[in-house]
Design a protein around this ligand. Structure first.
Ligand code: ASP
Length: 367
């Protein structure tokens, strides 16, 4: 373990030359990364038509391209994830914005949140409708209200006062979502079966200035009643961003994500592991004749390796599974890593980095 950490320090101290060489796709001087999701669930090859497969991949690529361009051009992580999520909200294939699922009363109640890792500012809305792009409303709450979370009619009123684009209730509706709610109400299938392909959308990013951001947007669960609110608008459960550790957006059975505080839990473990790893690395530094370390390891020249980040995310998702929850998360770190962890058959997902990585995937067996 000590060796592995020391190897990272050595690699880092070898300098940015190595990083610059491998970053062929982007000659900028600092790293950026973005990861996106469009929901997790029983996403298997035999359940998805070739047309659906093609449409989903095209939509994920389009969303990823929108966010990547902003980051590549030096824009903020917050702007990148906002633009990315808007593309997915506008696409009827996902359960957010247009294409949001119906409640028991055949209405739409949308849940969304956004967080800026540079100052831990956050905005969220729950059970709203009427706003075309709910992520803009979450962002307006963050930027233009003294609050973190607004709900229902009050949030709708705030949206109108902010001058956000409004739509009539039928805007969100699609034939597929109508069919799903009718099937649930006719008790042909359970709400859980319908929702097993969840469809929530989210994005996380790190920009060239090292700032992190995360956002999540959803229609919730088909047939939800009694004003049910899931994890997506809850800071710390479905969304979290902190420049010191990571940015997370989740999708899955919201109740379990809330109980485990999944998004914050992953960031907290990364933050604590990072400070522990620096201390461990310092112990490996040679000492001079006065018994002082010959150099001090600074946080700015240190990073956690990919495997450790992945392990932390996988551990939390494993605990979610033990509780009975299904779903997954996407992550970005302050060290340029972007990735996923999920315990379902598949997750609509994609990632891009300044190091030239770029790709979208659907099934669990894809890279
Ligand atoms: N997590 C969302 C919720 O529980 C559902 C989803 O991810 O699709 O509302």
């Amino acid at each position: 373990m000590f060796k592995a950490i020391f190897a990272v320090v050595a690699a880092m101290s070898l300098g940015s030359a190595a990083v610059a060489q491998s970053g062929e796709a982007d000659s900028g001087d600092t790293r950026w990364s973005i990861a996106i999701h469009g929901g997790a669930g029983t996403i298997k090859r035999d359940k998805i038509t070739p047309e659906q497969d093609r449409d989903i991949r095209a939509a994920l690529s389009q969303a990823l391209a929108a966010g990547s361009k902003i980051l590549k051009d030096g824009g903020t992580a917050l702007d990148a994830i906002t633009a990315t999520i808007m593309v997915l909200e506008d696409n009827p294939n996902f359960n957010a914005g247009k294409g949001a699922v119906f409640t028991w009363d055949r209405t739409n109640e949308l849940d969304t949140s956004i967080m800026d890792g540079s100052d831990l500012s956050a905005g969220a809305v729950a059970g709203i409708n009427g706003t075309k792009n709910p992520i803009l409303l979450a962002r307006a709450v963050k930027d233009h209200s003294p609050h973190v979370m607004l709900s229902g009619e009050g949030a709708n009123q705030f949206s109108r006062e902010q001058g956000l684009e409004q739509v009539t209730p039928d805007y969100y509706s699609t034939p597929r979502r109508l069919q799903q709610i009718e099937a649930v109400l006719a008790k042909e299938i359970s709400a859980a079966d319908v929702d097993y392909k969840f469809g929530t959308v989210g994005a996380v990013a790190q920009d060239r200035s090292g700032n992190m951001a995360a956002g999540t947007s959803t229609g919730g669960m088909t047939g939800k009643r009694w004003g049910r609110i899931g994890d997506s608008p809850i800071i710390g459960a479905g969304t979290y961003a902190d420049n010191r550790s990571c940015a997370i957006s989740a999708t899955g059975s919201g109740e379990y994500f809330i109980r485990l505080g999944v998004a914050h839990e992953i960031c907290a473990r990364i933050r604590m592991r990072f400070s522990e790893a620096i201390k461990e690395a310092q112990l490996t530094v040679p000492k001079d004749k006065d018994d002082n370390y010959s150099y001090a390891i600074h946080a700015s020249e240190f990073q956690l390796p990919d495997e450790e980040i992945q392990q932390i995310a996988d551990d939390v998702i494993a605990e979610l599974g033990e509780l009975g929850g299904d779903g997954g998360i996407i992550y970005a770190t302050p060290w340029g890593q972007a990735g996923y962890s999920f315990n379902t058959a598949g997750m609509y997902r994609g990632r891009a980095t300044s190091e030239g990585e770029m790709g979208v995937a659907i099934y669990g067996d894809e890279e």
